[in-house]
Each structure stands twice: as C-alpha cells, then as structure tokens.
Design a protein around this ligand. Structure first.
Ligand code: COA
Length: 256
C-alpha cells in the first residue's frame, strides 16, 4: 500500500491521482500496484463507469522510479512486481480512460496516455519517452502505438533522441484531444468524464473493444517487457541510472 496514489469514486467516475509531487510523481512499484488495483476494480465494480488519471504538483509523472530500476539492475529488488499488471490492465481496460496532464510526462507517464481515450494537456506539458537515453527500449506497447499515432519519424526522434513534445504539439499530433489552460485542466477532464459516465456503458465498451486490438497489444507488451528486462541488466543501463543518481551526464563510452 502507498499514499502516493489517491483513489476516489464519485458519480460513476474513479479518479486515480498520482500524489508524490516531491519526486515529480515517479512511479514506484507500490504505486503501480494501487493503479493496477484501481483499473481492475473499475472493470468489475458497477459504480465505476469511467476512470480519470490526474496528478498533484507541477508534473504528471517523471516515469518509472529510477531507484527501482537501479535496484532491479543490481538484483536488489525482491517481491511482487506490479508494473506489468498495471500495463496489462491498461491494455485490457474496457472502461473509458481520461487523463489530465501537466508538466513532465516522462516514459510511462507518456506511454500510458496512448491507452487513454480522452487526453487533456496543459501548455506546459512536456512529453518525453527517453528510453534510449537510459539504454532501455520502449514499453507499454509504445513501440507500435506511438508511431501508429504520430508517424515513424516523429516517434523515432522521441524514442532515440529523447525529443520532447509540448502540450500544443501533443494536441496537434493527436496524442491529446486538446491543450487547455493549466487552471482549467482538471475541470475539463472531469467534465469529459462526467459526460462519458452518462453515456450507455454497453455501447461505449463495445466501441472501445472494436477500436483496440487488446490481445495484440498485450502480446507486444510481453515481448517488449522481455527485452526491457534484459536491457535493465546491461552495463549501459547501470551507467545511466548511476549517472542520474550522481546528477551527472552518463558516459556510455566507458561501458563499450
Ligand atoms: N525516479 C526517482 N526519482 C526521481 C525521478 C524518477 N524517475 N524523477 C525525478 N526524481 C526525483 C529527483 O531525484 C529529485 O529528488 P530529490 O529532490 O530528492 O533530489 C526530485 O524527484 C525532483 O527532481 P529534479 O530532477 O530535481 O526535478 P527537475 O524539475 O530538475 O527535473 C525531470 C524533472 C523529470 C526532468 C528529471 O527529474 C528527470 O529527468 N527524471 C528522470 C526521468 C526518467 O528518466 N524517468 C524514467 C523514464 S523510463
């Protein structure tokens, strides 16, 4: 359990709020666990018709907790890992998913948006998927979903060069529905969720199921996950995590 994700259900809308602002909402294993529990509950709890993701503080999420990655890289991490349960719950979600995104959205902070049905961003949003910077590879089926959404050239520049996309561009490229002023962001997402909560759930469910190849997405997540796990064990990745912790640029030339 963790207090770093708040779960509220009101008027058919489950709100999952990332609440670790001092770490820019870096996602720990425990946080993935609560997010996965929430999405799994949403699928079976008739009081939940829509799920909203939002975040406290100036950023949506700085992605996977890099201390956790470092612990996995050195074998120091033990216990149940929840990240894949969260990703699979995103892949299989039939309830509409809505997101409100401000500030940094790094790694899974961006790739999870590719599984959301309505996404609202503020102008200061900064979407990045810098997996190669960390000597890692894309996850959450983003190796397919991101180029499918924005085209290979843009997706490659985001993955391989770590190029950032701001809120306005995210909306223009179709990663988000709209770029709205920061002060209106949560209200806009909530209004969209309220609207969806009043729509016929059966029709929404079938529509979403038709629009997504959930099984193919889950299979790709497994394939990416295996390669991602292998990459975590590399000297390149260890150098990237150590460099972050030591607040210095990585030097990949010394690891081959
Ligand atoms: N994992 C763990 N801690 C993280 C984190 C992460 N992914 N991202 C940020 N933090 C921590 C920082 O270590 C810092 O902690 P401290 O105050 O105890 O020193 C705190 O959050 C604030 O981060 P800081 O780097 O000072 O904020 P910033 O505004 O200068 O930069 C980011 C924000 C997100 C650009 C930067 O923190 C960053 O690049 N983080 C790593 C993102 C990443 O690579 N994620 C994995 C993607 S696969």
């Amino acid at each position: 359990m963790t207090d770093h994700v708040k779960v509220e259900v009101e008027a058919g809308v489950m709100t999952l709020t990332l609440a670790r602002p001092d770490k820019k909402n870096a996602l720990s294993n425990a946080m993935y666990g609560v997010l996965a529990d929430g999405l799994e509950r949403a699928e079976t709890d008739p009081s939940v018709r829509v799920v909203v993701f939002q975040a406290d503080g100036d950023s949506f999420s700085s992605g996977n907790d890099l201390q956790d990655f470092a612990a996995q890289a050195t074998g120091a991490f033990s216990g149940e890992r929840h990240v894949m349960r969260f990703l699979k719950a995103l892949a299989g979600a039939t309830r509409p998913l809505v997101a409100a995104v401000q500030g940094q959205a790094v790694g899974v902070g961006t790739t999870m948006l590719l599984h959301c049905d309505l996404v609202f961003v503020s102008p200061d949003a900064k979407l990045t998927v810098p997996f190669v910077n960390l000597a890692l590879v894309p996850e959450a089926a983003s190796s397919l979903l991101l180029p499918a959404r924005i085209g290979h050239a843009r997706a490659y520049a985001m993955f391989a060069l770590g190029e950032a996309v701001n809120g306005e561009t995210a909306a223009a490229w179709g990663i988000a529905n709209a770029c709205v002023p920061a002060e209106d962001l949560r209200a806009r997402a909530r209004a969209a969720a309220d609207q969806l909560a009043k729509r016929p759930l059966g029709a929404l469910t079938v529509t979403k199921t038709l629009m997504r190849d959930a099984e193919g997405i889950a299979a790709l997540m497994d394939r990416e996950g295996e390669l991602f796990g292998q990459r975590l064990q590399t000297a390149e990745a260890r150098e990237a995590f150590t460099a972050f912790m030591e607040r210095r640029p990585p030097d990949f030339t010394k690891v081959g």
